[in-house]
Design a protein around this ligand. Structure first.
Ligand code: ASN
Ligand code: ZN
Length: 353
């Protein structure tokens, strides 16, 4: 046929040379993955050039095209043409991140695209000028990536998994983006980002997520090497708390996410803490003593089920605890080690029954 799905080579910025799913139209290659998602604005998962459109209400621009199926130069954007090999690198980063996000949710959970109905989405790169952010927009169910100034181009896998995670949350629990629910919304995106990173780093095939992520958000895009957030110890950013308290609800969601991120880390990875001084009040507020984690694969399945089927727009941390415990019980059994680990992980951030 005129349209043929083919595999090209992308010279990515953060993951070396990667196989990317593109489309051959006549003699031209397009950055359109028609094997992941249907319909949507571009008839498949697409990467477009926002061509420095203003970051407020931007339009996506056109799909990347190339005369060969080899894309990008692996180097950070230098301010030249968006469509030469250097400008294409942001598009390679985006397509690789999007493919892995789709595959993680589809192959591990059986959840198709962002809405669960397999509606294709897209990523637009080069939005704004030296723009230091990436963002999801629900009206297009798509995301935009800036070129960065104090950051490198903002298309690392964990950032893309994070932004697309906002689409899953918007389509399901729709956690309100302020107060405790705002922190849970942000945490759900960080959990998605780290889980996609873990999936991609282990080859991106199969239906199981193996550990291999770095448990920090955005290390790759950081020019200083300092991540945006530390899931294993959120307070390392100087602003996020490590445990729930009554004042958490007043924080920006990127900080009130901290304790739930730490809960997820403990659930997956456990803790080798041996100190008994961790106990505070009736709950733990530091690392749980000698806790065995259940692995990121099971932890992701549990969190995903909780967020997509049990949480609602006004959910609190206490609600999240109950939802995660219930999800663990449904997936692995009442009294299972997984359900007990969920209780312990929440107790470790000061959230109890
Ligand atoms: N990149 C940010 C995020 O997804 C954008 C924002 O502040 N909402 O959290
Ligand atoms: Zn976010």
């Amino acid at each position: 046929s005129m349209l043929q799905s083919v595999v090209g080579t992308g010279h990515s910025q953060y993951n070396g040379d990667v196989p990317i799913q593109t489309t051959l139209v006549g003699t031209t290659y397009k950055m359109l993955d028609s094997t992941r998602g249907v319909g949507g604005q571009f008839g498949g998962m697409a990467i477009t050039d926002a061509n420095h459109a203003s970051t407020s209400n931007p339009t996506p621009g056109v799909i990347y095209v190339n005369s060969t199926n080899v894309w990008g130069d692996g180097q950070n954007y230098n301010g030249g043409s968006d469509t030469n090999a250097n400008g294409q690198t942001a598009a390679v980063n985006a397509l690789w991140g999007l493919m892995n996000t789709y595959d993680t949710m589809n192959n591990v959970i059986g959840w198709k695209s962002l809405d669960g109905n397999n509606t294709a989405t897209y990523i637009a790169v080069h939005v704004g000028t030296a723009y230091d952010n990436a963002f999801y927009t629900d009206s297009c169910k798509c995301m935009y990536i800036g070129d960065g100034s104090s950051f490198y181009s903002l298309g690392s896998i964990d950032v893309i998994g994070h932004e697309m995670g906002h689409g899953v949350t918007a389509a399901t629990s729709n956690l309100t983006y302020r107060g405790e629910s705002g922190g849970l919304n942000e945490s759900s995106s960080d959990i998605n980002g780290e889980s996609v990173e873990a999936y991609a780093r282990n080859g991106g095939t199969g239906s199981v997520i193996n550990a291999g992520n770095d448990w920090v958000m955005g290390k790759e895009i950081s020019k200083t090497g300092t991540p945006l957030r530390w899931l294993y110890k959120p307070s390392k950013d100087g602003k996020s708390p490590d445990a729930w308290s009554t004042s958490l609800k007043r924080l920006d969601p990127h900080y009130s996410s901290g304790p739930n991120n730490r809960m997820f880390y403990f659930l997956a990875m456990g803790s080798s803490s041996t100190t008994t001084s961790d106990y505070y009040s009736k709950y733990l507020v530091q690392a749980p003593k000698n806790m065995t984690g259940i692995g990121i694969d099971k932890a992701y399945r549990i969190w995903f089920k909780a967020n997509t089927t049990k949480l609602t727009s006004g959910s609190t941390y206490a609600d999240a605890r109950n939802a995660v415990v219930a999800a663990a019980q449904e997936l692995y059994g009442v009294g299972s080690v997984e359900a007990k680990a969920a209780m312990r992980a929440y107790a470790a951030i000061n959230v109890g029954a």
